[in-house]
Design a protein around this ligand. Structure first.
Ligand SMILES: CC(C)(COP(=O)(O)OP(=O)(O)OC[C@H]1O[C@@H](n2cnc3c(N)ncnc32)[C@H](O)[C@@H]1OP(=O)(O)O)[C@@H](O)C(=O)NCCC(=O)NCCS
Length: 383
């Protein structure tokens, strides 16, 4: 009787270790000099205000970019797509809402048994996705997941708005996370959404609305740069303080800071606030610009490729985006810092220049670029 009443408590902690990573960077590049051919701007102005030197524009869909990044992440982890339980696509620019785009990626990967959903919190989408998927692993409901951030924001650029159209680029990044008994993965996070700040960054009419029956509104970004800048620093700064406090970690203990890549001045302000030397900060805004949900996984991949992530590294990450959503997380890296394999997935390049690729978009906003097109005059710029 006594034995029957005895309760045997054995709590096994499950962690969600990152075991694979991959990225897709579209081959076509739009430099600041190209940008100055279509809007009234200069390389000097863009670099000094934002730190951006160029951005990549995609000739393939979000799902194809995500698929390429995911295939590489799976090869890196040595995990078969058939063993994936969950695919989360973080994105604001999905090509299909119903059915969701994650299910399209699932089919491309042949991840037959995976559940699949999209998550949109704008630029924070990947960090939000990582927190949700990690928690599902920690709860024991999922063993292996793919967390993808992919964006094709080039399709949302309004070329009549020089204050915002230079800021964004396309790309995709993905990680494989797996249940593990080793203390690794997303250790803690703090997410939030600034009250009453929806208006300063939004793409009106990018969803279902009765106005679709009566009006055709061109896609355009409503954007108050300075307001977003201030909220970004405040939101990310506070989220970082909260997560460090929550995990009992001092800023000095952080080995690497992988922030959202929206403006080099935002990153520098945050680094100063944390008393981080810029050597601890991963910055890739110069070559990719702001790729929204893809920004952090792309930066993480670059840091791994450059050997900046070591086994056991303590990584701080922080992001903000439309909403205004924000968040910060602490990732304790596992033991794997090199790829177990490489994906052979391939997509043919675009035959033409970046101006050819974007010709319909420029025409839509009344920007004359015929002299820049491949079949135009000699004034055409190289990619
Ligand atoms: C966009 C951003 C780089 C602009 O920098 P800024 O220092 O705030 O610049 P301002 O908007 O005050 O503009 C300064 C001047 O440059 C001009 N300007 C704006 N865009 C320009 C461009 N592309 N080229 C040249 N001049 C430009 C403005 O007209 C203004 O001229 P004025 O002083 O004669 O009126 C900055 O506000 C920012 O990065 N904001 C946050 C980024 C963001 O929101 N990312 C998306 C969310 S994740």
């Amino acid at each position: 009787m006594e034995n029957a009443l005895r309760i045997n408590w054995r709590v096994e902690l499950i962690y969600s270790k990152i075991t694979g990573w991959g990225k897709y960077v579209p081959p076509l590049v739009m430099t600041n000099y190209h940008m100055a051919e279509v809007i009234d701007t200069s390389d000097e102005w863009i670099r000094s205000r934002s730190g951006i030197g160029q951005r990549h524009y995609s000739h393939i869909s979000i799902s194809d970019m995500a698929w390429m990044a995911a295939e590489q992440a799976l090869a890196c982890a040595g995990v078969k797509s058939a063993d994936i339980d969950l695919i989360v696509l973080g994105s604001t620019t999905v090509e299909e809402i119903c059915p969701n785009t994650a299910s399209l990626i699932k089919n491309k990967l042949g991840a037959h048994r995976a559940a699949a959903f999209d998550l949109n919190s704008a630029c924070t989408s990947w960090l939000y996705s990582l927190s949700v998927a990690s928690d599902m692993i920690k709860a024991g409901s999922v063993k292996k997941a793919l967390v993808i951030g992919a964006e094709r924001l080039s399709l949302a650029m309004d070329w009549t708005k020089r204050e915002s159209c230079f800021l964004f680029g396309d790309g995709a990044g993905a990680v494989v996370i797996e249940a593990s008994d080793k203390q690794a993965g997303l250790q803690g996070y703090h997410m939030g959404c600034v009250p009453d700040s929806r208006e300063c960054l939004r793409i009106p009419d990018w969803g279902l609305s009765p106005t679709h029956f009566t009006e055709t509104t061109p896609i355009s970004l409503d954007f108050e740069g300075q307001e977003i800048f201030k909220s970004a620093v405040k939101g990310m700064g506070e989220a970082i303080e909260k997560v460090l406090d929550q995990e009992g970690i001092a800023a000095d203990d952080i080995d690497l800071f992988v922030p959202h890549q929206a403006n080099i001045r935002i990153i520098q302000t945050l680094a100063k606030r944390l008393n981080f030397s810029m050597e601890k900060v991963v910055v890739c805004i110069e070559k990719y610009a702001n790729t929204s949900a893809a920004a952090i996984p792309l930066a993480l991949c670059d840091a791994l490729e450059a050997g900046r992530v070591k086994p056991g590294s303590l990584i701080l990450t922080a992001s903000f985006g439309a909403g205004l959503t924000y968040g910060a997380g602490i990732i304790r890296w596992g033991d794997s810092v090199t790829s177990k394999g490489h994906s052979s997935a391939f997509i043919p390049p675009f035959e033409g220049t970046v101006f050819d690729l974007m010709a319909d978009s420029f025409a839509h906003y009344g920007i004359e670029v015929s002299h820049l097109l491949s079949d135009g005059s000699e004034e055409q710029l190289e990619n």
